[in-house]
Design a protein around this ligand. Structure first.
Ligand SMILES: NC(=O)c1ccc[n+]([C@@H]2O[C@H](COP(=O)([O-])OP(=O)(O)OC[C@H]3O[C@@H](n4cnc5c(N)ncnc54)[C@H](OP(=O)(O)O)[C@@H]3O)[C@@H](O)[C@H]2O)c1
Length: 244
């Protein structure tokens, strides 16, 4: 798939990986970013005035529906939907009260699993108007093997990974291509407190978009590639390596 003259909708494009993808997509495509935080939207608009920013919390149905109505009215279709926004919360199961645990898990499930699935469903009519539509799910290398302290986050990414595989099969006789991107550790706010080697967002975005253009539908980059192999061949070792 050539990423040129496409109308691309991305969630959480104001920061991190989303912003790096936008920077590389903008010169040749139209990009619409759905973000919920006004200060981040303002900063994105300032850095990239060509971006069409829409304020929407992806976990709030009415906001997503309003954004999609706006896109239908102004652009008529979407060629690519990139489900990128997510949140990750660290917790210790033995040291957290039930209310907080419930609240954290509900937020992660709503943002990382339900929102991309429902947004994709709601965007089907826009995607079907494209001659070569694609939906991208940004999951994580941690879908293969969890980091225990991010138990809820890893579980939602494993769920999204399984969903992407199933949806690819369900849509195999349609024109809609289902792509899953499983990033390694990338240097964003998401993991700013974690001491580990991190890939630069721009390098990640470049590698990711090159793989999409090559037609790959399950994109493992850097550590995620190693994690895929290790989780299959040496699962115990892979778990220990992540949780030393
Ligand atoms: N960085 C890594 O090492 C890494 C590794 C594997 C996978 N990933 C995945 O890559 C994707 C991008 O992450 P990142 O590293 O770029 O982190 P990031 O900079 O924190 O980006 C996530 C974006 O999603 C937005 N967001 C969260 N909840 C939202 C909601 N309900 N509605 C709208 N926007 C929302 C956040 O903004 P606000 O919360 O301020 O609204 C933020 O702008 C995520 O799916 C993440 O799981 C990242």
């Amino acid at each position: 798939m050539q990423l040129k003259n496409k109308i691309i909708v991305i969630t959480g494009g104001a920061t991190g990986i989303g912003r790096a993808l936008i920077a590389q997509l903008l010169p040749t495509n139209t990009v619409i970013s759905l973000d919920r935080n006004p200060a981040k939207i303002e900063a994105l608009d300032k850095a990239y005035p060509q971006v069409y920013s829409l304020q929407a919390d992806i976990t709030i149905d009415s906001e997503i529906k309003a954004a999609l109505r706006g896109i239908a009215k102004d652009f008529g279709r979407s060629d690519v939907l990139i489900n990128n926004a997510a949140k990750g919360i660290q917790f210790n199961f033995t040291n957290i009260d039930e209310e907080n645990l419930k609240e954290m898990l509900q937020q992660e499930v709503a943002t990382n699993y339900l929102a991309p699935v429902l947004l994709t469903h709601q965007a089907l009519s826009l995607l079907e108007k494209s001659p070569s539509p694609a939906v991208v799910f940004v999951s994580s290398g941690l879908a293969y093997m969890p980091i225990a302290s991010f138990a809820g986050y890893c579980a939602t990414k494993a769920a999204l990974h399984a969903f992407a595989m199933s949806l690819r099969h369900q849509l195999k006789n349609t024109r809609i291509k289902v792509i899953e991107v499983l990033p390694p550790t990338v240097d964003t706010d998401f993991n700013k407190d974690i001491e580990t080697p991190k890939m630069a967002p721009a390098a990640f975005a470049k590698a990711c978009l090159a793989q999409i253009e090559k037609g790959n539908s399950c994109i493992n980059i850097g550590q995620s590639k190693a994690l895929l192999v290790l989780s299959r061949l040496l699962p115990g070792f892979a778990f220990k390596m992540l949780n030393h």
